[in-house]
Design a protein around this ligand. Structure first.
Ligand code: MN
Ligand code: MN
Length: 365
């Protein structure tokens, strides 16, 4: 029997038409790499071919578990889902960074800048990279480089006998089980060159949200998190019965991660084509550049999700605001609409809307 609280996509809206690429992939459909100390799984252009701008990795570390010292060509943006971790980094001028990250905090490491992550307790986080081709399994790791450098070269480089390298790993370590570190202060290294000039950590959930009836939005980009030059995001909350309004983004594709609840997104790509996808916590969604879309909360709990962009800024165009700021006669004649619609248009942008008479479920269903 059909569960109305967990509807599957038996019948899409009758307005759906035409062909669209697949815009959904679930982390639960990926293969996990499991190590002592933690696990990871990823959704890249290999899993979701349309997603060329960004790639996502879902990672968990145990208390003391370490994602080893490494770097990569891509920028790394991360959102802590649960638990706490300690991150470290050193930049090209010898300025260092260390911070403890808790739920709802984010971090950003610029391309090519080395870093590490260690669980202070069991933790889980979402990593987002500014290239859909990225794989976390092919980064540049300290253990891998040591393993593929002759011992006499290591000896000459560090000025110690070759015997100092007798027990180094013979291949990439990736994730390993370490000891739970002490307080942050006990691990701080005083760099003579100081700390990085722009912080790599930002407390996103503690940010004051833009609230509207039906939900809220927290935007983080290079305006309020200056180091985040290539990734912009919005943390969106949609209450039951509410929806993310009809809109699009004039700067780039949108990569989504659903944190809690369940939702339904319809994407309109022009030429009569529109297609609907259902999402729930742990799913990734994607919206091609500049295509129109909206997201309904189809569940009974609050829907939280992340909108992510390969960009230095968050930008969206509201259908409602566009119409409100256009000559009334023009909008009216174009849509053959009555004054009821025209008079209800809002000049102010409401990212999430909740029309009191609207419910996703027809009352007599
Ligand atoms: Mn990394
Ligand atoms: Mn959007």
């Amino acid at each position: 029997m059909r569960d109305l609280q967990n509807p599957d996509m038996l019948v899409p809206p009758i307005t759906d038409a035409g062909l669209l690429p697949n815009l959904k992939f679930s982390f639960s459909d990926t293969s996990m790499k499991l190590d002592h100390g933690g696990w990871s799984r990823e959704i890249t252009v290999r899993e979701l071919p349309v997603a060329t701008t960004l790639a996502g990795v879902n990672m968990s570390l145990t208390a003391g578990g370490v994602r080893e010292l490494h770097w990569h060509k891509q920028a790394e943006w991360s959102y802590m889902l649960l638990g706490r971790a300690r991150i470290t980094s050193v930049d090209q001028q010898g300025r260092n960074f260390i911070a403890d990250i808790g739920p709802g905090d984010i971090w950003y490491f610029p391309p090519g800048i080395p870093h590490s992550i260690q669980g202070l307790e069991h933790c889980e986080f979402l990593l987002v990279f500014d290239d859909g081709n990225f794989s976390d399994l092919s980064t540049l790791s300290i253990s891998d480089w040591f393993a593929h450098t002759p011992k006499d070269v290591l000896s000459a480089n560090f000025g110690v006998p070759e015997s100092a390298f007798n027990s180094i790993p013979s291949e990439q370590v990736y994730i390993y089980q370490g000891e739970v570190p002490g307080l942050l202060e006990s691990q701080e290294v005083q760099s003579p060159f100081g700390e990085v000039s722009l912080t790599f950590k930002h407390e996103l959930v503690k940010q004051i949200p833009i609230k509207t009836p039906g939900g809220s939005v927290r935007i983080v980009d290079s305006n309020n998190f200056p180091i985040s030059k290539t990734i912009a995001a919005a943390l969106v909350e949609i209450e039951p019965g509410a929806m993310r309004e009809l809109h699009w983004h004039p700067n780039n594709d949108e990569w989504q991660y659903y944190l809690t609840g369940q939702g339904r997104m319809t994407v309109f790509t022009g030429n009569g084509a529109a297609r609907t996808f259902d999402y729930r916590a742990g799913d990734v969604g994607y919206v091609p550049f500049a295509t129109g879309h909206y997201i309904q909360n189809t569940g009974t709990e609050t829907l939280w999700f992340l909108e992510m962009f390969k960009s230095n800024r968050f930008e969206d165009v509201s259908l409602n605001q566009w119409m409100a700021l256009t000559p009334k006669e023009l909008v009216k004649s174009n849509l053959n609409a009555g004054t009821e619609l025209i008079d209800s248009l809002r000049m102010e942008k409401w990212s999430v809307v909740n029309f009191p008479g609207y419910s996703y479920y027809p009352k007599n269903r």
